[in-house]
Ligand binder design. Structure first.
Ligand SMILES: [Zn+2]
Length: 238
């Protein structure tokens, strides 16, 4: 197959574009599976679950406080009722019974008030903890959003770069003789499709060619397509 010097430089340009396309795709993959982003995401998941745990603690304590308050209410109502009865009764025996009940109710009232105070203290602490956990969670949430935005922009930049590269590639492909382009594509599916002969070395496989191969190459006219005897890439002489 014959090959013009324009076709030779087009093949080299095509190779450069294909290398750049491969690099862009790799960069894109790397960015898409960013370990930094997944680390922040994992920390966010953890922080969100910690927040939920503390929130459920807050809710439990609030329910307990409501229960104690309602018990306290019952005890206080009972005390008021007993006090009224005590004023109304004329029986000393009844009065003794009511007083004994009032003493029990007073102890119960003390217990409930202590319990209510302790729960209030506990609630205050847990609510402070909840605030901290919320701050950490919200901060990580912002970090994830920002990292996603940066990632999205980087991916878009690569994607528009790829559109340009593919345009250029299509132009070069259209300029090359179809059979030559076909040879290039076939070789590209296997390995590096084009190499430059630099001194005695093929740049596609980095092998140093033997004297016999070099002699055969120099005996071939410049406008004839030759291959690297080591890697079968289209070999272009400088
Ligand atoms: Zn080679």
């Amino acid at each position: 197959m014959n090959i013009s010097s324009e076709a030779k430089s087009d093949l080299l340009a095509l190779l450069a574009i294909d290398l750049e396309i491969t690099k862009s795709k790799n960069d894109s993959d790397q960015i898409a599976k960013s370990t930094e982003l997944s680390e922040i995401r994992n920390r966010l998941i953890e922080a969100a679950s910690e927040f939920t745990n503390v929130l459920s603690k807050v809710e439990t304590i609030r329910t307990e406080i409501e229960k104690v308050a309602s018990d306290l209410n019952l005890v206080e109502t009972r005390i008021a009722k007993d006090q009224t009865q005590l004023l109304q009764t004329s029986s000393p025996k009844d009065a003794q019974g009511i007083q004994s009940e009032l003493a029990t109710l007073a102890r119960r009232k003390d217990e409930l008030e202590d319990a209510e105070l302790n729960l209030m203290d506990e609630l205050e602490q847990v609510e402070r903890d909840l605030e901290k956990k919320q701050f950490v969670r919200d901060d990580l949430d912002t970090q994830v959003r920002e990292a996603l935005e940066v990632q999205e922009k980087a991916l878009q930049k690569i994607a528009s770069g790829l559109v340009l590269l593919k345009d250029k590639r299509a132009q070069l492909a259209a300029r090359l003789a179809p059979e030559l382009f076909e040879v290039y594509e076939r070789k590209a599916r296997r390995s590096v499709p084009v190499g430059l002969l630099q001194g005695r070395e093929c740049t596609a496989c980095r092998m140093t060619l033997g004297a016999t191969s070099l002699e055969a190459i120099s005996g071939t006219p410049q406008d004839q397509l030759i291959e690297c005897p080591e890697c079968q890439a289209i070999l272009i002489r400088e």
